[in-house]
Design a protein around this ligand. Sequence first.
Ligand code: ZN
Length: 265
Amino acid sequence: MSWGLEEASEMVAGGASRAGQLLRSAVDIVLPPLALDSGRNLAPVQSRGLTAEVWTQLRFIEAPVCDGCGAPWEFDAGEAARCPACLARKRAFDRARAAVTYDEHSRDLILKLKRADRTDLAGLFALWLGRAARDLIEDADVVVPVPLHPVRLLGRRFNQAAEIARPLARRAGLAFLPGAIIRRRDTPSQAGRSGSGRRRNMAAAFAAPKRMWPRLEGRRVLLIDDVLTTGATAEACARVLKAAGASCVHVATVARVQDREARPI
Ligand SMILES: [Zn+2]
């Protein structure tokens, strides 16, 4: 799968002015298309719309990673190796990958998208996931975003996970199912809760409408969210997707929390 500069330009052009689009088109003519999976010259595509300062501060997660949760390894433990946390407790989802470490820099960008200050970032994040979750995308049939509660959606105007998932699905040629799962209740903030506390908080928060079951039956689902903290939200979604017939659920998030000190959004 190749992610050319032209597609990147198209994807990040979302809220840009016509003049900005023309400028980008001019740049596309000057610069040859780049393949994200070639391992060469990634920065020009992946840093589109970011200042050089922000770009250099981001911590991209590179292989090798735990095959279960996507945590980066300090050494190569071998293909499909899983970390002690994944071995100790089987998660409801099958595999997870994230593009960057969650810290103040990635948090700032994600909040800008969440607050709709920078809707163009959704396309950029989709590009990042195209690389970080390439294996999962190749193993997927449908793309499902983690839903927002309708009341929260009204207040925020759009669901950032869906905005990231849409261009990702289009580029990968996968079905995009934004209504595959719904949020039944607006769960209280997860901040400060332990892993088990988050799982209890999330239990029964999601549901898969019966009319969507035929589109999930036997399908391999790629679930998209902005941040993976303990994985409680992703697990709650994975449970309802599997109960609705999904054969497996993989998770791709823009960022993942790496340590206990990191503050979830
Ligand atoms: Zn793991």
